[in-house]
Write a protein of this length. Sequence first.
Length: 125
Amino acid sequence: DARGELLRRFLDAIARDDRDAVLALMAPDVTFTSDGGGKVWAARRVISGAESVARLVLQLEKKFGSLVQNRLVHVNGGAAVATFAGELLGHVTSIETDGERITAFYRVLNPDKLGHVTGGPVEIE
């Protein structure tokens, strides 16, 4: 699965704080969309462009990386990343890809939309 492999490489790159590796995984016009449903903090607008998205994900990793655990899961028929703080699911991030690079990130933080995931995501690894 191309998405699973890209997500593995992406998680490794942000964990190493490797900006160049993060940028290499993303299309130049990549977008990052988040959905907090008005219940939790999320970006209010779509973040566009590889530089802006890389800056965002690397800053989030620096701020919260030591507090959370990422797990590769299957959600809606494809690979995604479920991010947990202890046993609490914080968000799920899925991607679109052109087969070689990530073209879009979709992060769901809205607890109303995460209920079905907490019932037992299927881990890839």
